[in-house]
Design a protein around this ligand. Structure first.
Ligand SMILES: [Zn+2]
Length: 390
């Protein structure tokens, strides 16, 4: 069994939006109230209030006239918020995160429902063409079911982005189906600017003009700096920036989903580098952050999809000189500035495209590591061998 995640956009009616505003607001209130109570209990009495104590406290305040407005919202969402708070503290004590912060009404909002599995047949259906999801106090959600759902969720999260779009996300346990082995292996070079180079010589570029959006973003940020704090005109620019950020993130996610799905369906072995630091000038932090981010996201998708399909991902050491080595004869250059996109090998005189050469080196280094671990691997066992187009 595997866990597969889904995220769909949904379009609430006006009445639903009103109820959602209550749900988001009250859930946030519960989180902040509990965080405050926990902090105070520790400061005043050195008492550590955990989930059990906090849910008792929330139960009590709901009975008072001052806080009985909380009954307008769904109680299971409050329980989930208290669980989140517990997790946030655990992450803090484990050294994985900072001290939990109060949630703001600006920015992304989210609530989580635990679905009652006894009545699940009434509230959830994944029958193609007749999909539906019903939540307490909201009723049936109007969803765009853009993918087929094979399982039944236990939890459902509703979220609202900073710019006001609504999403439903959940994960289902589904039966694992390994795909037939694809006798191919490739190496990937992931660069900035939403560019992935495959060792076959192909370069996959995001269709959407990423650069254009980046330029627009820079322009809007300059405008924002000129606007007066707290003014309506500043707020309008802020909203535009938020929307643009979301659009850039959406188009990148889409690009990575398409690229990773295609690579997984075509190949048995995919080799890539550990987080990318090569050729990045030290003080050029933004470019590096972007590239690291892109590689990290693509790698995460490749890894979980590889898990579903029974494929192998080989991650090679980031210090391996994939750009500077000639993939034909192995000759290694001393330096190769990032601005050089093409170069000729001094030994064998092959003319190299910088990224394709790097992808080929990543492939051969990855396969070397793969053979060390797997010996005679299934890719070669079916007689077709790994095809490598250099
Ligand atoms: Zn050479």
């Amino acid at each position: 069994m595997i866990q597969r995640s889904y995220r769909f956009r949904f379009y609430p009616t006006r009445a639903m939006q009103q109820q959602l505003a209550i749900e988001f607001g009250h859930a946030r209130f519960v989180y902040n109230f509990a965080l405050n109570a926990r902090n105070k209990a520790w400061q005043r009495r050195k008492q550590s209030l955990n989930y059990v104590g906090l849910s008792k406290l929330i139960g009590q305040i709901k009975k008072t006239s001052r806080f009985d407005f909380l009954k307008q919202a769904t109680a299971v969402c409050h329980t989930q918020k208290l669980i989140d708070l517990d997790k946030a503290f655990k992450a803090f004590f484990d050294g994985r995160a900072r001290f939990p912060k109060f949630k703001s009404r600006h920015g992304k909002q989210s609530i989580r429902y635990q679905l009652d599995q006894r009545h699940i047949a009434r509230t959830f259906s994944n029958t193609p063409g007749a999909e539906s999801l019903q939540l307490p106090k909201l009723g049936k959600l109007k969803l765009r079911w853009s993918r087929r759902v094979a399982g039944v969720p236990k939890m459902v999260t509703l979220s609202k982005t900073a710019s006001g779009k609504f999403y439903v996300s959940f994960s289902c346990e589904e039966v694992f189906e390994a795909r037939p082995a694809a006798p191919m292996a490739v190496g990937l070079d992931v660069g900035i600017k939403e560019l992935v180079t495959i060792s076959t010589g192909e370069k996959i570029v995001s269709v959407k003009s990423y650069h254009k959006a980046q330029r627009k973003l820079a322009r809007l940020q300059r405008v924002l700096a000129r606007r007066k704090n707290g003014s309506n005109r500043r707020q309008a620019i802020r909203l535009k920036i938020v929307r643009l950020h979301e659009r850039i993130a959406d188009s990148r996610r889409d690009f990575h989903h398409k690229t990773s799905s295609r690579l997984i369906s075509e190949n048995q072995v995919i080799c890539l580098e550990d987080l990318n630091v090569k050729g990045m000038v030290k003080n050029h932090k933004l470019a590096r952050a972007l590239s690291d981010n892109a590689l990290g996201e693509l790698r995460r998708m490749l890894e979980y999809k590889a898990g579903w399909a029974g494929r192998d991902i080989v991650v090679i050491n980031r210090w391996y000189p994939s750009s500077k080595t000639c993939s034909c004869c192995g000759h290694k250059l001393q330096t190769l500035p990032l601005s050089v996109r093409q170069w000729r090998c001094l030994e064998c005189e092959t003319l190299h495209d910088r990224d394709i050469n790097a992808a080929n080196n990543i492939l051969s280094e990855g396969l070397k590591q793969y053979r060390e671990v797997h010996g005679n691997c299934p890719v070669w066992a079916n007689g077709q061998g790994v095809r490598r187009v250099a």
